[in-house]
Design a protein around this ligand. Structure first.
Ligand SMILES: O=C([O-])C(=O)C[C@H](O)[C@@H](O)C(=O)[O-]
Ligand SMILES: [Mg+2]
Length: 441
C-alpha cells in the first residue's frame, strides 16, 4: 500500500485538510461473463482510495485499478496532503498539475474497446473520481451529512437498478477462480433462467442483456424469450458497437415492440447517427459519449437519445450532475453505466443518482455478479432498488480484513490480471481468439 501524509490542524469541517492518502490496488473475483471482446478474467483490478483528514476522519473512494490508472493516482495521492478536503475544484486543478500526461494514450478506443475513447483527460478524470468520492465521504462523515446532501439533496429515496444479464460460462476457461454457482447461460433458455433468478432474488423490473457475443439472430431470440417470460418489462440489448448500421437497423425492426432502448448497437457517433435516423427505437450509449468533447456532435446529430453516465469516466459525482444538466437542456435521457465495481462505487452511484431529477431509466450495475467486497455490509437490492442512505458520508464502512486479502491477491499476481484483458482470457478457451474487428456482424 502506498501512503502519503502531512500534518494538519483540526478545525471546522470546511477547513479540514487532507493529512494522508492511502492507495490500495486490489484484485476482485469476477465471473466468466461474455462480451464481444471475449470473457471476463477470473480477477479484475480496482483501486481503493482512502483520504484521511487532519481530524482522523477517513473517506473512501473506488475506481479502475489497471496500471495506467495507478500511475496517475500515485502523484495525486502524494500531492493532496495539506489541501482542504472540501476543495473539490482544487482537486481538479491539482490533478492537472501533478498527474501529467499518461503514457501510451491516444484518442483511440482502448484495447478492451468497451470503455469508449481513452483520452489522457478521461483517464485523469477516472482517477480523480475516486479521490472526489473519498473527499465527499470524509466531508460527510466530518459534518454528519450524507453525500447526497453535500450534492444538494436527494430528490428520491430509492434508486432503481436493472438486471444486468450476461451470456456466460459456468467456469473460467483457465480453471482459475471459484465457481459462483450461477452456471452457464449460452442460449435463450439460459438467459431467461438467469433473468428469473435476478428477478426473484433482487426484484429487478427491467433487464439488460449484454450482446455482441452471438450472431444477432440468436440475441434477437434471447430478447424475444425474455419478452415472453416477462411481458411488458423494459428490455435492453447492448452489443458494445459490434454491429453494422444495416444489422443495427434490422435488429431494431425485429425488436421495436419490446425494447426500451438499444445500447451502442454500432460503434462511432457517425454510425449511431445513421442508425438513429432509421429507427424510432431510442439509442443509448456508454461508448460514443463518454467525454465532454463528444457531446456536441452526438447531440446535434441526434445520434443518442440516452446517455449512460459513469461517474468514473466523467470525473466524479459533481461532474455527473453537470452532465445531467446538459442532457436535460438537450432533451436527452440519462441513466447510469457500470463496469465491474464494488460497494463503494455503488454507494457513490446511488447518492448521485438520488440527486438527479432527470434520471429517466433504471441504472446498470454489475454488483450482483460480485461475490467479494471491501465494505462490511453488502448493499441489498429490494424491489430492484437501493434505498438511499442518510448516514453520514457514503454510509459504508471499510472492511480492512477483506481489503488486505484482496490487496494480497494483487501483490501475489504475476501481472497477468493487473490489466483487464477480456481477449486474453478468451484465448484460454480459444487460442486463436483475437479482439474482433467492428462491425463484427
Ligand atoms: O454497458 C457496457 O457497455 C458495459 O458495461 C461495459 C462492460 O465492460 C461490459 O461489457 C462487461 O462487463 O463486459
Ligand atoms: Mg454499454
Amino acid at each position: 500500500m502506498k501512503t502519503a501524509s502531512s500534518s494538519g490542524s483540526p478545525g471546522p469541517a470546511g477547513a479540514l485538510s487532507v493529512a494522508e492518502v492511502r492507495l490500495t490496488p486490489i484484485l476482485i473475483a469476477d465471473p466468466p461473463l461474455l462480451n464481444t471482446q471475449g470473457v471476463h478474467q477470473p480477477y479484475t483490478p480496482r483501486l481503493i482510495i482512502e483520504v484521511v483528514t487532519s481530524d482522523g476522519t477517513i473517506g473512501v473512494g473506488e475506481t479502475y485499478g489497471d496500471t495506467r490508472y495507478l500511475d496517475l493516482a500515485a502523484p495525486l495521492a502524494k500531492a493532496l496532503p495539506g489541501h482542504p478536503v472540501s476543495d473539490l475544484n482544487g482537486l481538479f486543478t491539482l490533478a492537472e498539475q501533478v498527474c501529467g500526461a499518461p503514457a501510451e494514450v491516444s484518442d483511440s478506443v482502448d484495447v478492451g474497446g468497451l470503455r469508449g475513447v481513452q483520452t489522457a483527460d478521461k483517464l485523469r478524470l477516472s482517477v480523480i473520481s475516486g479521490f472526489e468520492v473519498a473527499c465527499l465521504d470524509a466531508l460527510g462523515k466530518a459534518t454528519g451529512l450524507p453525500v447526497h446532501a453535500l450534492l444538494g439533496g436527494k430528490v428520491r429515496d430509492a434508486v432503481d437498478y436493472s438486471a444486468y444479464l450476461f451470456y456466460r460460462y459456468a467456469e473460467h476457461p483457465q480453471g482459475q477462480g471459484e465457481s459462483d454457482g450461477w452456471g452457464a447461460a449460452l442460449d435463450p433458455a439460459g438467459v431467461v433462467a438467469q433473468a428469473r433468478r435476478f428477478a426473484d432474488r433482487y426484484g429487478f423490473g427491467s433487464f439488460k442483456l449484454k450482446g455482441g457475443v452471438f450472431p444477432p439472430e440468436q440475441e434477437i431470440a434471447a430478447i424475444r424469450a425474455l419478452a415472453a417470460a416477462f411481458p411488458g418489462r423494459p428490455l435492453r440489448l447492448d452489443p458494445n458497437g459490434a454491429w453494422s448500421v444495416e444489422t443495427s437497423l434490422a435488429v431494431a425492426r425485429e425488436l421495436a415492440d419490446v425494447l426500451e432502448y438499444l445500447e451502442d448497437p454500432a460503434s462511432t457517433t457517425e454510425r449511431m447517427a445513421q442508425v438513429a435516423a432509421g429507427t424510432q427505437v431510442p439509442l443509448a450509449t456508454n461508448m460514443c459519449v463518454t467525454t465532454v468533447p463528444e457531446i456536441e456532435e452526438a447531440f446535434r446529430r441526434g445520434a443518442v437519445q440516452v446517455v449512460l453516465s459513469d461517474h468514473h469516466y466523467w470525473g466524479g459525482l459533481r461532474r455527473t450532475q453537470q452532465l445531467a444538466a446538459i442532457c436535460r437542456a438537450f432533451g436527452v435521457g440519462l441513466s447510469m453505466h457500470s463496469n465491474t465495481h464494488l460497494g463503494i462505487s455503488l454507494a457513490a452511484m446511488t447518492h448521485v443518482a438520488a440527486t438527479v431529477p432527470n434520471l429517466d431509466y433504471a441504472c446498470d450495475s454489475h454488483y450482483p455478479w460480485q461475490t467479494e467486497d471491501v465494505i462490511t455490509e453488502r448493499h441489498v437490492f429490494t424491489g430492484g432498488a437501493l434505498t438511499v442512505s442518510d448516514r453520514p458520508g457514503l454510509g459504508v464502512e471499510l472492511d480492512r480484513e477483506a481489503l488486505r486479502a484482496l490487496h494480497r491477491r494483487w501483490l501475489d499476481d504475476d501481472g497477468s490480471m493487473r490489466e483487464r484483458d477480456d481477449a486474453a482470457a478468451m484465448r484460454k478457451a480459444d487460442p486463436d481468439w483475437r479482439t474482433p474487428q467492428v462491425p463484427r456482424w
